[in-house]
Design a protein around this ligand. Structure first.
Ligand code: LMR
Length: 394
């Protein structure tokens, strides 16, 4: 049997981290994976997280199972975060804890596949490298809608709307509400209104993948698309991740909320989500959920967290400017767009060949598609990165 297993290619994102870890060069830079690093090049332990964690440890509770759908306090808190406290929509919303954003996507995908196996899933062109693979593995046909316009360096909104209008009823549309991964180009609130209108008109089903809430403009601004779908009265799904916003990458903590038409529908949906979870991993891990719940439930800690999140967001914006300045100092004057993009990523416009050269000749790792995680830059490496980009472009 096992001789039938073929050697699969390395993962286009996490495979880069493997290669980076095996790279012996001391001046290497990992701009491959979406991870925020501080000035010292480390994943920061956020102050709010440290405090919440100390409280958990001080309680010295045993490590019992969580319920299938997760820690109740976590679910309560993130429902308020995503939809607003006391939002009437919560009555018709089923929420489960998820194994971070990827886990939320997979639970959502398996659930939807049971309900509509013949639906097509539309993802943006381009999209997060794992979207296509994940929905394909879940059994869906995956196609794309137009998104990135290389010429204008922005979103091809008319192309996107035309593709959504051309989609069959019941098509599942994966949307990035903020910090589009990989391009860093987002829709304006008015443009989102038009997307929601088309989703309603065409009877499409939106799957909002929100992994970076707070990294573009702020928690409320970045989460506004959820409010727009709630307003529309449409059923939809929103998956969240707290990997980036709480710096809890290794804790694998996120959520999945399915907004239905009624409380009864939400009850039935929740029962199905629980089957998906139980048959995949039984019930989720506890530690990250306790941390997030602990931070969000305490107004003082929540304030600390929001400040820290804002600092990360503002620092990324400065790093973008530093990179543009560094490039200009190297004679590269046509990459100012990096400062306009939002979130962790910059779609650099570099070719695969240039990205491979960056990696092989300079130890600077970004994805073959040209995506670089600007949140991993710092004062020490930004000049080197700029110089290397200038070299591979010349
Ligand atoms: C990324 O896009 O780099 C992150 O979302 C990490 C991942 O799992 O790919």
């Amino acid at each position: 049997l096992l001789e039938r297993a073929e050697l699969a290619p390395a993962d286009p994102i996490l495979g880069l981290t493997e290669a980076f870890n095996n790279d012996g060069r001391s001046d290497k830079v990992n701009l491959g994976v979406g991870v925020y690093l501080d000035e010292g090049g480390k994943v920061p332990l956020m102050e709010a997280v440290r405090e919440a964690e100390q409280r958990i440890v001080a309680e010295a509770k045993p490590h019992a199972y969580l319920p299938i759908d997760g820690l109740p306090a976590f679910r309560d808190e993130i429902r308020k975060l995503v939809f607003g406290a006391d939002a009437p929509v919560l009555e018709r919303t089923a929420t489960v804890q998820a194994v971070a954003g990827t886990g939320a996507l997979k639970v959502g995908a398996d659930f939807l596949r049971q309900l509509n196996p013949s639906a097509t899933v539309l993802i943006s062109d381009p999209s997060w490298e794992n979207h296509r693979a994940l929905f394909t593995r879940a059994g869906f046909k995956v196609d794309t809608y137009r998104y990135y316009d290389a010429e204008s360096r922005g979103v091809d909104l008319e192309g996107m709307l035309a593709d959504l209008r051309g989609a069959a009823e019941g098509t599942i549309v994966v949307l990035h509400p903020c910090c589009h991964n990989p391009t860093g180009y987002d829709l304006t609130p008015e443009q989102w209104d038009r997307v929601v209108e088309v989703v309603a008109e065409r009877g499409l089903f939106a799957f909002v993948d929100m992994a970076y809430q707070g990294f573009a403009a702020g928690l409320a601004e970045d989460g506004a698309l959820v409010g727009k779908f709630v307003q529309s009265g449409l059923p939809f799904i929103v998956g969240t991740s707290y990997s980036k916003t709480f710096g809890l990458y290794g804790q694998r903590i996120g959520s999945l909320s399915v907004v239905g038409a009624s409380a009864d529908e939400a009850r039935r949906v929740l029962s199905q989500l629980k089957i998906v979870i139980r048959t995949n991993y039984s019930n989720p891990p506890a530690h990250g959920a306790k941390i997030v719940a602990g931070v969000l439930a305490d107004p003082a800690l929540r304030g600390v967290w929001e400040d820290e999140l804002a600092k990360m967001r503002n620092r990324i914006a400065l790093l973008r400017k530093d990179l543009v300045k560094g490039l200009e100092a190297q004679g590269v004057t046509d990459m100012g767009f990096i400062a306009e993009q939002r979130g962790m990523f910059s779609y650099s416009g570099l070719t695969t060949h240039q990205m491979v050269r960056l990696r092989e000749e300079f130890g600077i790792y970004g994805t073959d598609a040209g995506r670089m995680c600007v949140a991993a830059l710092n004062a020490d490496n930004v000049g080197r990165v700029a110089k290397a980009i200038a070299a591979v472009r010349s």
